[in-house]
Design a protein around this ligand. Structure first.
Ligand SMILES: Nc1ncnc2c1ncn2[C@@H]1O[C@H](COP(=O)(O)OP(=O)(O)OP(=O)(O)O)[C@@H](O)[C@H]1O
Ligand SMILES: [Mg+2]
Length: 262
């Protein structure tokens, strides 16, 4: 797999008055075209920062983030980003929110094409019948689905997701993970997602990167060679799953003594 994303010795320091926060330190990694990569690590270790850099929302202090070999030096329009915070526009309906990215970047698309594309992705995430609802009229899980549809509608080469299912109940989480896998396995697109849930990381990903406590460095990388298509409901009982879990957990545990939570 040729890399679609490259992080070359990336460091990032935030300044707030006289205090400095070293968010990332010398991160070097590649993401293959079509790969599904999970990033796990203690709270505050720079995971969202890494996604923000990938989306071009901020620049690294030192080092480079490259998309298909070129440094990302502005908003990266090839990626779509489901941010940690819900950012649906409250005054727009589901259909209008989902259609939003299609109006950006000067894309020429007829009204009919647009409507068809929106309907397709609304259906894909199971929100049919809720097109005219406003975000405040949706449940938490439905809002996540709407965000997912809005990210997919753009048909990006890379989808970034920051703890997409973090706040959801266990059952809904499994259902949405299954939907995500079904969607992703059909497209061959690249997916990079952050999670605090090791089971989720192993169930979905081709590879899991474990980051250290701040300043975030890459502590371990685990290739998940479980066969696809995967069944998120049963995969935790698959041979090898427990070994992956143990190895990832030991890598994460290394930072627990520093009082960091995962
Ligand atoms: N825009 C910013 N300005 C100043 N400091 C920031 C900014 N963004 C992040 N930070 C700091 O950088 C560090 C890493 O933040 P980041 O959001 O990347 O962590 P994270 O790994 O995503 O954590 P969590 O798991 O809690 O979401 C934190 O200490 C945070 O306070
Ligand atoms: Mg975060």
């Amino acid at each position: 797999m040729s890399p679609i994303l490259e992080y070359r010795d990336v460091s990032k320091v935030f300044f707030k008055g006289k205090t400095q926060v070293h968010a990332l330190s010398h991160v070097t990694a590649e993401v293959g075209d079509g790969e599904l990569l999970a990033i796990v690590g203690p709270s505050g270790c720079g995971k969202s920062t890494l996604l923000n850099l990938t989306a071009g929302l901020m620049q690294p202090g030192t080092g480079e983030v490259c998309y298909r070999g070129r440094p990302v030096d502005g908003v990266n329009t090839h990626v779509s980003y489901v941010t940690q915070k819900d950012n649906l526009l409250p005054w727009r309906t589901v259909a209008e929110n989902v259609a939003l990215p299609l109006g950006l970047g000067g894309r020429r698309m007829s009204k009919a094409e647009r409507a068809e594309r929106v309907a397709h992705y609304v259906r894909m995430v199971g929100l049919e019948g809720f097109e005219e609802h406003y975000p405040s009229e949706l449940s938490g899980g439905m809002r996540k689905r709407a965000q997912l549809a809005r990210s997919l509608v753009y048909e990006p080469d890379v989808l970034l997701m920051d703890e997409p299912f973090g706040a959801l109940d266990a059952q809904l989480k499994l259902v949405l993970q299954a939907e995500l896998l079904r969607t992703w396995e059909g497209t061959g697109k690249t997916l990079v997602f952050v999670t605090h849930d090791l089971t989720e990381a192993i169930s979905l990903a081709d590879r899991v990167i474990v980051m250290s406590a701040r300043p975030g460095r890459i502590r371990a990388v685990e290739h998940i060679d479980l066969p696809r298509p995967r069944d998120v409901f049963g995969i935790r009982f698959a041979p090898g799953f427990g070994d992956y879990f143990d190895r990832l957990w030991s890598a994460l545990r290394a930072d627990l003594h520093q009082g960091q939570e995962i």
